[in-house]
Design a protein around this ligand. Sequence first.
Ligand code: SIN
Length: 314
Amino acid sequence: MSQLDFSTTLGNAWFPTPIFTASGCASSGKELAQFFDLRDMGAIVTKSIMSKPRAGRATPRMAETPSGMLNSIGLQGPGIDAFLANDLAWLVEQKARIIVSIAGETAEEFASLARRLRGVAGISALEVNISCPNVENRGMVFACHLESAQNVIEGVRRTIGGDLPIIAKLSPDVTDIVSIARGVVDVGADGLALINTVLGMVINPITMRPQLGGRTGGLSGPAIRPIAVRAIFQVHEALPKVPILGMGGVSSGADAFELIMAGASGVSVGTASFGNPTAIVKIQNELRQILKDKGFTSLREAIGFAHRPESSVR
Ligand code: SIN
């Protein structure tokens, strides 16, 4: 039986497998490292880091929903200094591949984070999170406005220089995700992370008040997978050369395969890891088997397969 080339690329960064963590769902990977070797996956995408330590939003910050989960964390984190000294240093020691995710309140904050990360060894790519839904000021969701999104990406590109791939993380909460995707690619994004969570709300029938301290939150889990598939399909159709890191409700190899057929070059797993910390290993094994069963000799051949004419169906 022929070997399967399971590797993938995002810009000029190479990864041996296409399965990644989703930013925010595994912090910097320490908890997952109890269950498997972090080198056995594509890369750890770290929790979006900001310039200063940040406490996040009021509790409660999680609510269950049918087939999903609502979070309202509010970008809690230790700030870039502690991140570099502790989390990144630890990940480098583990020899894990690392995608660092950054978030800011202003375009200047994003650029200053890029400055801190410029030239730091061991980073494969930068995820620029311009789509966190859990911010007090909804005007801060840069990815919902073309000019604001471009402003951030342009500043990060200018600051970080030419080599490190920039992956812009976009929100599905827009009318035309393709125009935002095209806009950020035009100003220097090498790839796109699709999709961030979908803005939602749960009202507690007993207290008769919003369940989350922050009222609204980001919906993740299987409920949003069709939204992710749609967004990835639309963007890949318009920008077939731009690599996409897909995410949204993936909990099996078949789910990951669906995002890949839509056009994703890699797939991030988030919510599924909360219920099963070895979900990434399981998904990776299942995906490898599906690709072999379908007769693919490389992951690359499967990327965007659903866009091809019917006659090419296996
Ligand atoms: C959060 O920290 O609130 C979630 C981050 C995100 O969804 O971008």
